[in-house]
Design a protein around this ligand. Sequence first.
Ligand code: NAD
Length: 333
Amino acid sequence: MADGAPKLEANLVTIVPEAEIAGLMTPQDAYDAVEATFAAMNSGAAYNFPVIREAIGHADALYGFKSGFDKDGLSLGLKSGGYWPGNENRGLTNHQSTVVLFDADTGRVKALVGGNLLTALRTAAASAVSINHLARKDAKVLGMIGAGHQSAFQMRAAATQRDFEKVVGWNFHPEMIGRLEETARDLGLPFEQVSLEELGAQSDVIISITSSHQAGLMADWAKPGTHIACMGTDTKGKQEVDPALLAKATVFTDEIAQSITIGEAQHAIASGLINETDITEIGAVINGAHPGRQNDQEITLFDGTGVGLQDLAVASKVVELALERGVATQVNF
Ligand code: NAD
């Protein structure tokens, strides 16, 4: 090598393929990683970069990047992927994503991790974190709005947080309701298909996880003391609940910047029903800076928009587990 030429050092990149994730990552691992991330975001140790999301004009797909940096955990990287609505007909998941992690000291690529199952686990973990910190302790009925791919993960994660005795469910496409019924059965919980109004009347905790573009759950339908996790709205124009419900509720979110632009709060903000200052980061509750729920009559609402740092946190954890258990594939890059 000529004097002064840069040294080409071997760089081991860890690959954790999609098929390995299920055997490595538990919902509890995802919960712990996501809760710690929300806390780090609130304390200022971790921040997300602006999201890129574009309709690419091919296959009806939405494609983008979510990225960020956690100075405490030294997680740096991005999740790239999006939504391909035609995938189901090919036997594939509509959401497709991959996480790339980089070494925060050198910028060299560190890991390539399948992001599909991780997305479902981290999204379910986010609503579970909100239920743990905000729902009434005596919550008994779980209401599920939405019966798509994410809904089963959501129900399973929620069931770890409270002693639910029953699940009630509603879906825009009634023929999909079987997914909720089967998941509830697996969890040993009775299931009832109900109207949205009835779902509001019965539920102590409601999770909405749909791709709806108009309000379904009306403000008057949620009973006092309910906790609502709005998990489906992650893009401008999507909407799951009546904006008046956000005015009635104490509103929490993963990240305020996303909540007011691409989250459920975008509509209540646009119509002047709430201000940005009415929204609290869930990290503030985790860190003890905000008391969270203050009485049994309060309606709490978590606007879970989905941040890149959640993806980096669960991907970093899965790389750690793969290395620990000797199942990681490593290549020189
Ligand atoms: P999916 O395609 O499997 O299911 C879509 C769901 O939305 C079904 O229940 C369907 O019946 C319902 N739906 C479709 N059109 C509707 C309408 N007009 N009104 C009411 N409901 C309607 O999708 P999925 O993977 O279950 O994801 C559901 C939503 O969650 C999507 O909007 C997705 O972008 C979002 N999501 C959010 C996060 C996050 O971090 N917040 C993460 C992953 C997915």
